[in-house]
Design a binder for this molecule. Sequence first.
Ligand code: AMP
Ligand code: MG
Length: 404
Amino acid sequence: MIAVKDAIEITLDEAAPRGVEEVELKNASGYILAEDIFSDIDVPPFEKSSMDGYAFKAADCQNKLTTLDVVGSIPAGVYPDFEVEHGQAAKIMTGAPLPQGADSVQMVEKTQAIGENKVKILEPVSLGKNVARKSEVIKADSKVLSKGVFISPAVAGALATVGMARVSIFKRPEVGILVTGDELVEVAQKPKAGQIRSSNGYSLYSQVVDSGALPELFGIVPDNIEYLTKSIELGLQKDVLLISGGVSMGDYDFVEEVMLEHGVKIFYDKVNIKPGKPTVFGRTSEALVFGLPGNPVSASTIFEIIVRPALRKMMGFSNYHSVKMEATLEKDYATNTKRENYHPAWTFMKDNSFYTSPIQSRGSADVVAFANSNSYLITTKGKQEFNSGETIEVILRPEFWKTM
Ligand code: AMP
Ligand code: MG
């Protein structure tokens, strides 16, 4: 049995980006940029007004209440074909190119139109006021963004500005999901005697989607060596294969055996974690394979603690570890496990501080307790009883951020 920390590190050592793919800009959000980006143009490409107002020579308007002749009006998108001479102004819209001869803009609020053809400038402006200089944001051919950057909405905007209709990102891993168990039936079916609905496929699928990787959910596989052999062979064509169930000590737990038959090199098959001890991790030359325990809370917890960081590393993230932080316990909590313990908890913010409350749970099959949680509180074997008001370690699941 190995420590949780070691299981995570061993797994991360095997997880590496699988190359680069090119996607449409709108599909690049949330991934990691796999190329340095240079601009094909100056931004702005021309001198432009940053206000709706009047463009003129600042030197003409050093006194209050100067009146100028209005010689034209320039909407955004139109390049003016006239010049502004001394004593003249052009009406100009935000984003429109500055006309020849003008060097400054006064905002419309600080002007007063007089009839059709004159304007009174109510306040003088300094030279260059309200004018965006050509290339003041980006110079053509300069580097705008570096490989390794997370493509946030802001980055997507910058990529669009410099013409990146298609973008290279680190490849999104394809993740196959196999659920095993003779007792399992599909969601739409009513379980007969001895059967249960398979839920792991759906929770794991949803976790893979959330991670940004590309899931494929295969059908339910019975606890039968022949079927398992065929399914695992198919699954190993993916970058990552998640297999739920069949990794414990039961008479029908064949998953590890079939992995070995397929030449999967096994790195560990027991982790000192609760829930999720019987977790198997291995790899072929092409694929990483996780044998996850069948109990729903165990399978999802191993995904959060071990699989998600590996997927993030494969997608090129430089911060791929789960973030542990501290929260104040809102209720007393006690456990008697000797293993590193990840207990479903509800963490929330109050007065700018994090508080957490353990969810009462009937264990690793308690899908309802788990569904009512958004985080884990973590205990190690050192201390077993915690009082309300004490500080405790927590890991927030992504749903914490999505629902706060
Ligand atoms: P196993 O790891 O195959 O021994 O399964 C452990 C427990 O998890 C058993 O009670 C199974 O019935 C249950 N289980 C296994 N697979 C699933 C699944 N896909 N969905 C829900 N429960 C499952
Ligand atoms: Mg089973």
